[in-house]
Ligand binder design. Structure first.
Ligand SMILES: Nc1ncnc2c1ncn2[C@@H]1O[C@H](COP(=O)(O)OP(=O)(O)OP(=O)(O)O)[C@@H](O)[C@H]1O
Ligand SMILES: [Mg+2]
Length: 287
């Protein structure tokens, strides 16, 4: 198999392990071990697994915010050496600058970082306007984050991510803080913005972490199921549901089967993580 950059997948993790050493005690935690994963251009990959299984660790390694203890993490066949505007990162907590307006938050990278190089001032402003509109925030450009709902703040974070022109979107539970209805609406919008109706080669490559199995099945081309202690890939499921998807896909018989299959893979560990047991009988209630 050729490994030249031209034929390389968009992202490749090979035998990746990461351990953290506590500075005071010297105690070593093996966060992830022997992770192997190829992600192709235009794929939407969701990562699920119990709390502490290393999902964020994997995302941070791809983002270049952390380095692997062993193994390689590559993008387009080139080792990732640090963060870059080609990989946009989005977290649960929005990470907006509260003293800046919607437009200024969206345009921050364009105005102050490398993504804006090569643009005239007018082109930058046009790009900011375009992405504000794409996420449905036109009319709110001059508002400040405290004047926005959680869903609107996360739209700002998404517009800011996209304005920098990344080809890889790295999202760590980006919808986790939102109420259930807003979450469902943003899932559909995220697929539209990712490029669901575009040919695969024109889509962004997305890695999306979630605790929500239904969200993972709704969004993904593939779902990576991780297990913990140490974090490993337990299974990777192809989500063979048709696209474009909207809320009706949840009625598709295959949707329920996939949700069940993933829940079966992580149920025991999920129960253990909260101190419960899948097999325990209900405790007797004292009279
Ligand atoms: N900077 C760090 N220093 C020490 N240990 C860490 C650090 N980051 C993560 N860990 C440990 O590595 C393991 C994996 O953590 P990680 O945050 O990747 O899990 P996760 O799957 O994202 O969990 P959650 O679902 O709760 O977000 C955990 O045991 C965690 O305590
Ligand atoms: Mg995490």
């Amino acid at each position: 198999m050729s490994t030249t950059p031209a034929s390389a997948p968009k992202l490749r993790l090979r035998d990746v392990s990461k351990s953290f050493v506590a500075p005071r005690t010297g105690v070593r935690t093996q966060a992830v071990a022997s992770v192997n994963l190829d992600i192709q251009t235009g794929e939407f990959v969701c990562v699920v697994g119990p709390s502490g299984c290393g999902k964020s660790t994997v995302l941070n390694l791809i983002a270049g915010l952390d380095t692997a203890t062993s193994g390689t993490v590559e993008k387009d066949g080139v080792a990732i050496a640090g963060p870059g505007p080609d990989r946009g990162v989005m977290f649960q907590d929005y990470a907006l600058m509260p003293w800046q307006s919607v437009a200024d938050n969206v345009g921050f990278g364009l105005r102050h970082g490398t993504p804006g190089k090569g643009f005239t001032v007018a082109q930058r402003e046009e790009r900011i306007r375009h992405f504000v509109e794409l996420v449905g925030l036109n009319g709110s450009e001059k508002k400040y984050p405290h004047q926005l709902s959680g869903g609107m703040r996360q739209r700002v974070a998404l517009a800011r991510l996209l304005a920098n022109g990344p080809d890889v979107l790295l999202m760590d539970e980006p919808l986790g803080a939102l109420d259930a209805q807003t979450r469902l609406i943003l899932q559909v919008e995220l697929l539209r913005i990712w490029g669901e109706t575009a040919p695969q080669a024109e889509r962004k490559t997305a890695v999306f972490i979630t605790h929500d199995i239904e969200e993972a099945v709704f969004l993904a081309d593939r779902v990576v199921v991780m297990s913990s202690h140490p974090g490993r890939i337990r299974d990777v499921l192809d989500i063979d549901l048709p696209r474009p998807r909207d809320e009706h896909i949840r009625a598709h018989p295959r949707y329920g089967q996939l949700v069940d299959a993933i829940w079966n893979l992580i149920r025991d560990e999920a129960y253990r993580a909260i101190g419960g047991s899948t097999t325990a009988a209900a405790p007797a209630v004292a009279a």
